[in-house]
Design a protein around this ligand. Sequence first.
Ligand code: FEO
Length: 389
Amino acid sequence: MAGVYAVGAIDWDRRLFDELIPLPDGTTYNAYLIKGSTKTALIDTVDPTKENELIENLKSLDRGHLDYVILNHGEQDHSGTLPKILELYPNAQAVTNPKCKQILMDLLLIPEEKFIEVNDNETVSLGDKTLEFIIAPWVHWPETMLTYVREDKLLFPCDLFGSHLATSDLYAEDEEKVYGCAKRYYAEIMMPFRTSIKKHMEKLKSYEMKMIAPSHGPIYKRPEFILNAYKGWISDHVENEVIIPYVSMHGSVEKMVAHFVDSLMKRDITVRPFNLTKTDIGELAMAIVDAATIVIASPTVLVGPHPAVVYATYLTNRLRPKTRFASIIGSYGWGGKMVDAITGMLGNLKVELIPPVIAKGYPREQDFRALEKLADEILAKHKGINIIT
Ligand code: FEO
């Protein structure tokens, strides 16, 4: 697009984000320079680890001039190079909404006089290009906003619609690959904010879009590709699927999970077990984006669930998937409160709890029959919400 330049950086080696989220495909920190007929603006900056790349990219394009730095989001992977940019371009001003301004003053100690505040639907003119700011809180911080170039019909949504994918493709050419990375990104970062995203996507319907340029992953030349993917993920529709995060210490839970998986398959229910001692937690997050049911399986350790199960349950609860049903299977040796502990950690989920199946020691015949009954109940629940044809 004329006058718009990608000036961000590719992080091929990054494997963990926020010291939490696995990044098997690396990521990018996208920043964009927009040259209008009278003014020049930089949309977002990059992670401080990639500061030099942004500065070199800018030097090759801007001949030492920058009027505005637009900050769509305060998180440091997009804002962290702002202090350096403002030092290199002392006449440039940081443009953002009041909430983001406060966050940037707190996180990066930027002086207040460096800012121009903008509010919803306000604009900044670059001459022949008009930047419109769309306040879109909670995707995924409270201060997030989107920037729209009216003349080019180009949207810069920062994190929203992004994907953690290091690639030399500037555009989303391999849509199958990008779909998987964008879904992982949605699951790990955006899913708790499904309701906010629904509202923002309604608002975005009034904006014609030729291109969407997020701040992670490739640019969408076909905006409908990512918009349609999001429509599915944020919808209330769930799939005929059961997700089973589990841990087994001495084989009892493993035996129960194996029998349960087999029972679900016999009932034509898609099932995905995740051994939590081996799984990439991001894979689990992706799986719960659209599954109708989650069944958590744990042995009893120190009177409670296995710590790996506690972590997966905590994360699932914080990610707030649209899962409709939940249950628990597991075993114990001499007592404990494993079921109560897991149930107590699911408060954020709007799920109907199906009675658990707990074996004393190694599972016996009655435990296998109980697992089959649980599979029958799940089948009936899935039929009840019309996801089995
Ligand atoms: Fe890509 Fe919320 O930072």
